[in-house]
Ligand binder design. Structure first.
Ligand SMILES: N[C@@H](CCC(=O)N[C@@H](CS)C(=O)NCC(=O)O)C(=O)O
Length: 346
């Protein structure tokens, strides 16, 4: 006790001083979120994406970044700054993505990143929401005749280093007393090219990305088979830095807003017709009554701005993932049998 108290007291005093100073200052001068204040000052949210994955983040023929991850950046920007276009995309790789967020180069990371304990516990970063419940899958050539991972003992597998995919395959092979040779290639185009040219027997990553890659092969898609085995859970989430709780809240409640909108049938196109709704949930959601925006340090119409910019969660899916031929499944909202469930916005 004699040794405990002084240390404890020092920590408490230091905590009060630091916490008091930072949050007191932020409250006096700004929103309570250093990240939001910085984004407001520069007039832009900076969002880390991959920029290379169809359905998630890939520029279209006009150079506009498209995909679920890109629209996630848009939604949070619309909530934060009231305008989804006040957004800068920064491409990141599997290996530099966490440093980009830690260093402050980006305000948030929306890059098919799996939520794991060690990532949340060790990196000073945290996951605000899951925008895609995924799992590790395998793509093989139809000509190989392989129908299941169990037939792939001794196989060479192309995989990007620094991914949870690498760990999932290692676990699976260890558990099943099988062996594989990892062919580690950092660049996405190279890893895909290596697989297509036969340098490895299979290409493994998140099943979503395999499905969209297969789809992008056009007529040649039929030569490739996505095996039915999904060997791990890969909840892909949106990450922010620890220590800016208000920014975390903004990211989290942006998703809640898109889910509630879907529950209530509110879309990008019809949202204005709901402004006169008598449903208390809808009135609070759209900022007609209550102080939901204020609680987040935002405009009362933050959720309205999100819906105007990207629509509800289902619209985000339909715009980006449905065209790739991937059914929504567990990614549906809870009222339709899926995992996306929003806490009450009250
Ligand atoms: N979800 C896994 C894998 C993430 C990952 O890097 N996925 C590939 C899927 S294609 C990707 O986004 N590559 C794009 C790139 O390297 O730019 C993780 O968090 O480690």
């Amino acid at each position: 006790m004699v040794r405990f108290w002084p240390m404890c007291a020092t920590a408490v005093v230091a905590g009060l001083l630091l916490g008091g100073l930072t949050s007191g200052q932020a409250l006096a001068d700004g929103s309570g979120s250093a990240t939001l204040d910085a984004a407001r000052a520069r007039g832009q949210v900076v969002c880390g994406i991959s920029g290379q994955v169809a359905g998630f983040s890939l520029p279209d023929s006009q150079g506009v970044m498209r995909g679920l991850d890109a629209d996630t950046c848009r939604a949070i920007t619309a909530a934060a700054l009231g305008d989804a276009n006040k957004l800068k995309f920064v491409p990141t790789t599997a290996q530099n993505r966490f440093t980009a967020l830690q260093s402050g180069e980006v305000d948030l990371l929306s890059r098919s990143t799996t939520w794991t304990l060690s990532r949340e516990g060790n990196l000073g970063l945290m996951f605000a929401w899951v925008n895609y419940y995924d799992g590790t899958g395998f793509l093989v050539k139809k000509a190989s005749g392989v129908k299941s991972v169990k037939e792939m003992d001794g196989a060479s597998i192309c995989v990007q280093p620094g991914t949870s995919t690498e760990l999932a395959i290692t676990d699976y092979y260890r558990l099943n007393k099988m062996k594989f040779t990892p062919i580690l290639i950092q660049e996405l185009a190279e890893v895909q090219g290596a697989f297509l040219s036969g340098r490895c027997d299979a290409y493994s990553t998140d099943a979503s990305a395999l499905a969209t890659f297969r789809f992008s092969q056009g007529a040649k898609a039929d030569d490739l088979i996505l095996l039915p085995d999904i060997i791990s859970k890969e909840p892909l989430g949106v990450m922010v830095r620890k220590g800016d709780d208000k920014w975390f809240d903004i990211a989290r409640w942006t998703f809640a807003a898109m889910i509630v909108a879907e529950e209530k049938g509110i879309t990008q196109e019809n949202v204005d017709t709901f402004l006169t709704s008598t449903d208390p949930d809808i009135r609070r959601l759209l900022g007609v009554e209550g102080e939901m925006g204020k609680a987040l340090g935002l405009d009362p119409k933050f959720a309205y701005n999100v819906i105007k910019a990207v629509g509800n969660l289902g619209e985000m899916w339909d715009r980006n993932i449905t065209p790739m031929g991937v059914p929504r499944g567990i990614n549906n909202i809870w009222t339709k049998g899926g995992l996306q469930y929003a806490p009450p916005m009250r």
